[in-house]
Design a protein around this ligand. Structure first.
Ligand code: PBG
Ligand code: ZN
Length: 324
């Protein structure tokens, strides 16, 4: 069928027709809010490069999670800023670590929302790498046990799901095995399966104080030029027992989201990262674009590409606008 017999504009003429043929719908069910927990009381430090985001002590964090829950969000993901760092990232897996404390408080006060924890060592190591360092190299196998202990300590604190973001080979299997051996067979693993070595993480590293103190993360995070390799990464994680596959960042990697969605039958998550958030906020502040509209369009596009869920700093704002 061709013009003038077929006129695509016919079905665009009214809001109702547009609603009827809409292929993708974004809802509060799709969104996960990342939050940063820090020690102390009544602390709410704004993150300069992420307007609207804060490092929060547990009292404020609980209030924010309550709000997220009331907005209808199904889940939050927690990141921690420890009171001290060391070479082994000890505070990542200690019972009274910041994430463990935050999880216990949130699960106690906000029973209607799922608490996911990011599992990594970079916020907790003095060198800022996602694994332990041996002779100047990030030691893959030596890091696995610590990552598994971190995940287990989160589950023991009450985390509903763990999300390893370290990109060490074999960590999903090790975490799955450790959870299972300790009667946490019911705790799913959301794997950062295709996590790229991205400059878009800049603002997060300010928020989480997790910049590497030497070198970079190129030996463990993926090369932005590769997509087929993302399928290999994802299939490894599937074999090791991942429950959800994540692609990160989201907007510059829509092709990867699409390919993982096509190739695998697990739920797919996408992480709309700090730099994606910061760019929109900055342009909005300059008056160069309508930040709210661009954010909603971006989230819809990430869903259209194939994501079943989106981790995004826009989650609460978007929920407010979706509920309005
Ligand atoms: C830590 C981690 C990072 C992010 C989530 N977990 C940063 C990094 O790998 O340096 C990035 C999140 C964001 O930019 O919003 N492993
Ligand atoms: Zn890390």
């Amino acid at each position: 069928m061709q013009f003038p017999d077929y006129r695509p504009r016919r079905l665009r003429q009214s809001k109702q027709f547009r609603r009827m043929i809409r292929e993708t719908s974004l809802g509060t069910d799709d969104l996960i809010m990342p939050l940063f927990a820090i020690g102390g009381k009544d602390v709410k430090n704004p993150v300069p490069s992420m307007p609207g985001q804060y490092q929060m002590s547990v009292d404020h964090l609980v209030k924010t999670v309550k709000e997220a829950s009331d907005l209808g969000l199904p889940a939050v993901i927690l990141f921690g800023l420890p009171d001290k760092k060391d070479s082994l990232g000890t505070r990542a897996y200690s019972k009274d670590g910041i994430v463990q404390k935050a999880v216990r408080a949130v699960k106690d006060k906000c029973p209607d929302i799922m608490v996911i924890t990011d599992v990594c060592l970079c916020q907790y190591t003095d060198h800022g790498h996602c694994g332990i360092v041996d002779k100047g190299m990030v030691d893959n196998d030596g890091s696995l046990d610590l990552l598994a202990r971190t995940a287990l300590s989160h589950a023991e604190a009450g985390a509903d799901m763990v999300a390893p973001s370290d990109m060490m080979d074999g960590r999903v299997g090790m975490i799955r095995e450790t959870l299972d051996e300790n009667d946490f067979t019911h705790v799913p693993v959301m794997s950062y399966a295709a996590k790229y070595c991205s400059a878009y993480y800049g603002p997060f590293r300010e928020a989480a104080d997790s910049s590497p103190q030497f070198g970079d993360r190129r030996t463990y995070q993926m090369d932005p030029a590769n997509a087929v390799e993302a399928l290999r990464e994802a299939s490894l994680d599937v074999t090791e027992g991942a429950d959800i596959l994540m692609v990160k960042p989201a907007l510059p990697y829509l092709d990867v989201i699409y390919r993982i969605r096509e190739e695998f039958d697990l739920p797919v998550a996408a992480y709309n990262v700090s730099g994606e958030y910061a760019m929109i906020k900055a342009a909005d502040k300059m008056g160069w674009l309508d930040g709210q509209a661009v954010a909603m369009e971006t989230l819809t596009a990430i869903k259209r590409a194939g994501a079943d869920m989106i981790l995004t700093y826009f989650a609460m704002e978007a929920a407010r606008s979706l509920n309005a």
